[in-house]
Design a protein around this ligand. Sequence first.
Ligand SMILES: *Cc1c(COP(=O)(O)O)cnc(C)c1O
Length: 225
Amino acid sequence: MSLADRVAEVRERMAQAATRSGRPASAVQLVAVSKYVDAAIARQLVAAGCLDLGEARPQELWHKAQALADLTVRWHLVGHLQTNKVRRTLPLVELIHSVDSARLLDAINEVAPADRPARVLIEVNTSGDASKHGLPLKEVEPLLVQIDHWPHVRVCGLMTMAAREGGFDIARRNFADLRNLRDTLKPRVPDGVALDELSMGMSDDYEIAIEEGATLVRVGSVLFE
Ligand SMILES: *Cc1c(COP(=O)(O)O)cnc(C)c1O
């Protein structure tokens, strides 16, 4: 199967999962994670219609954004962002999926221009897996109620990664926990916070994530196998 065929298959499965969740296919966006491939293959992804590309490491994102500067790509940082890399990353990205501290919000707020607020998701550790980044569920609301401290940041939603162990039932529970947190917080957070986006689901579990309400799925390896 060609890369374009694999992209088409993922899109088809996404559409079917969206239907099962009572939503149109257009309600869920594919972020093709290009971290496993070089810029030439990433270019083929764009040719196959993937205009949203994700990278886990800021340096790799800088590199590919430069290599593909002639294309219209919306870059997503899906992995951890260190405060010292904010300045170089921010102008390149459409959305940062992985904000999990007030300190990082401080750094982003300082760099983001007032007329182009940085769009971010808050990463939540729904699995309790100590090796994962993300705020514990209980710490999300205390952070969001302080959002006025960061006027140059727009929180657009939440992101999570499912537990590595435990299979699909646990993954589904992790995704449902993120959706339930969003539903609980939505009426309680300040006006400047929109919680419309739920970034959840990767190659192994994106269909489950969509059934549980994902609006963004971050799919990598299954596109390249
Ligand atoms: C690598 C990565 C993905 C994509 O994972 P696959 O299982 O290869 O689809 C998604 N999200 C994050 C944060 C990643 O680091």
